[in-house]
Design a protein. Structure first.
Ligand code: CO
Length: 422
């Protein structure tokens, strides 16, 4: 839906006038949430009449008590046990590109390993000249890098293959997060050990009770993998692999081994459980794709969305996230009519390789029902496909790698529903 230029200008002017007028702003706030008038101008609020907590009371800061709903959530029927399960990032409550550490989705196969950093060791062995064992302090003494990358579970949006299922971007797309990792390039460790000429694959294994392990080709290991110990400046959270996890930029989350215990070097893949019985993609003809590592370009509108309905008509900001496992996101388009017409969204904030970008698209909502969509394009020219286009190639047996275009139906009431368009 391409609005004529003069109409767009008119809506922006209306917004500016509304925000500048004190009466108008107060009326809009009142419509959204009445609150306690005693705490609102011209009265003096309770919090202005008393001293607050002193420094040191909150030794490790937490969000405001009024932000209690901003939490990871689970879907009870999805898995048999909480130890082998998943929780979802509340994407609809966040902005920018960085996920706070405490809100990064979780995926465990045998629960959270609680590792004493003094007992932590990383073993490097197999087809190397010199097997090595690193302590955490050893790793911290080596040259390090800082990289912002998204991490997406291969099964993100996996419940949506056969039609719209879960009502909220937290559930449809919340198995993604994006943080800044600090750690040692894996290449550096491999070079220290010295690779034999037939060293073609690595097998990374976790120290959790599942001993989660995956095979990764040497070309990727030597490219941009990081043996990371920090996330957003602080040490990794236990649920994210404390004290050390593997970072495999752009590739499915399953290979980002947490609680990294060892890396074995070999001349062929190991065909572990997680790359045979799981994390392969069953096609319509009964054959399965294997070693499908890369996460293709994808995007989702996080607001408005089912958990973030619109509260009023008028100036409205569509906000969302886009990412690509094959490089930088180059462009994001937004549609208001289910994909018939597209307009370029505005990407705001930094654009990094294999990282989330934040996009916005503003419009004047007159209360009409809309079908909201977004589609990402990456620097390789790849365009995020419709779900139907994806199904034509991949069938509907799949769980993993569903990067189809999401549709949200915006109702006249402002409520939003997960739907599909034909
Ligand atoms: Co895969």
């Amino acid at each position: 839906m391409n609005e004529p230029t003069d109409k767009k200008c008119a809506s922006r002017r209306k917004f500016l006038v509304g925000a500048a007028g004190l009466a108008a702003a107060s009326a809009a706030g009142g419509a959204a949430r009445a609150g306690n008038p005693n705490n609102q101008p011209p009265n003096i609020a309770d919090w202005t009449k008393q001293l607050g907590d002193g420094v040191g009371v909150r030794a490790y800061g937490n969000p405001s008590k009024y932000e209690k709903t901003v939490v990871r959530r689970t879907v009870s029927w999805l898995t048999a046990t909480p130890e082998s399960s998943v929780s979802f990032t509340p994407l609809h409550e966040l902005d920018g590109i960085i996920t706070p550490n405490g809100l990064c989705f979780e995926r465990h196969h045998s629960g959270i390993a609680e590792i004493d950093p003094n007992d932590y060791r990383l073993m490097l062995h197999g087809l190397v000249d010199k097997p090595l064992i690193f302590t955490l302090e050893d790793l911290k003494r080596l040259p390090r890098v800082n990289r912002i990358h998204f991490l997406e579970c291969a099964a993100n949006s996996g419940m949506e293959w056969r039609g719209a299922q879960l009502n909220g971007c937290q559930y449809t797309h919340g198995m993604v997060h994006c943080v800044q990792y600090t750690g040692v390039p894996l290449k550096l460790l491999l070079e220290q050990a010295g690779l034999k000429t037939n060293a073609k694959w690595i097998m990374a294994e976790g120290g959790d009770a599942a001993a989660m392990n995956r095979s990764i080709p040497m070309s990727k290991a030597l490219d941009d993998c990081i043996v990371a110990y920090r996330s957003n400046g602080e040490m990794l959270r236990p649920e994210q692999g404390y004290p050390v996890r593997l970072v495999v930029p752009g590739w499915e989350g399953n290979v980002w081994i947490k609680w990294l215990r060892r890396i074995k070097i070999g001349d062929q893949p190991w065909y572990t459980r997680e790359e045979t019985a799981k994390y392969t993609d069953l096609l319509a003809n009964g054959k399965a794709r294997k070693f499908t590592y890369e996460m293709d370009a994808k995007s989702v509108i996080t607001s408005p969305s089912p958990q973030a309905p619109l509260k009023q008509k008028g100036f409205t900001i569509i906000s969302g996230l886009a990412w690509s496992g094959r490089g930088k996101v180059k462009r994001v388009d937004v549609s208001l009519d289910g994909g018939r017409n597209w307009r370029a969204a505005r990407i705001d904030g930094p654009v990094f390789d294999k990282a989330c970008v934040r996009f916005y698209s503003e419009f004047d909502w007159n209360g009409e029902e809309l079908l909201l969509q977004s589609r990402a394009m990456d620097e390789g020219g790849y365009v995020q496909p419709s779900k139907d286009a994806l199904r034509k190639i991949r069938g509907v047996n799949s769980i993993y790698h569903n990067n189809g275009i999401q549709t949200w139906a915006l109702k006249a009431s402002g409520e939003v529903e997960n739907v599909e368009v034909g």
